[in-house]
Ligand binder design. Sequence first.
Ligand code: CO
Length: 244
Amino acid sequence: MRKLAHLFESNANWSKKISKVDPEFFARLAHQQAPAYLWIGCADSRVPANQIVGVDPGELFVHRNVANVVVHSDLNCLSVVQFAVEVLEVKHIIVCGHYNCGGITAVMNHRELGLIDNWLSHLHDIRYQHRDRLEAIVDPQSRCDRLCELNVITQVSNVCRTTIVRDAWQRGQDLAVHGWIYDLSDGRLCDMKMCVTSTEEMETAYLAAIESTEGTDRILPPEIFAEQDYLSAASNTREKTPRT
Ligand code: CO
């Protein structure tokens, strides 16, 4: 119980199996990593980055947190992005959400889970921004699915707006930011069709991606959302979500 022997045994078998196929595999990886991709995904145990896209160790640089959120003041995430972009010089940043995300479900159902509610408040903001679109969806499951998609789109936008990515584009670095979503029910990835390769593309890509999700609310660029939310909050008594 203290040593978790079964996991060590499994690890030894895995190491032996790989070494048998490629005797130089670990020696090569120990020397250097040169991944072409940074993966930003959910911490959910059912969404293992490397396995989903079928790539070996060394091919993905990975950052995971609950609900794949990119916050502009999160030094952990920003450090990963900076190291990936400036040191490893990855060519692609993939933000991958997934349907049936526990974080999203908790937000949609106003479920309180403790400390993590502070982290999930970032998702509350997205839900609030798109409340008209979400409230127009009758089926609760579809509503959760839509918020999962809107979250991916928002986080791609957040990655694009980091100084790290903007600086990379400004100096002409070849870097694309992608938004994907994973379906737990069939193990398939879906491209959210939001791929951004420059600062100029950012707003158009964001608006097109939002528009491609189902719904009826007006489409406004991110900088207008803040003002819109502020104005709506003043007159909307249904919504109690605090704004900062
Ligand atoms: Co999740």
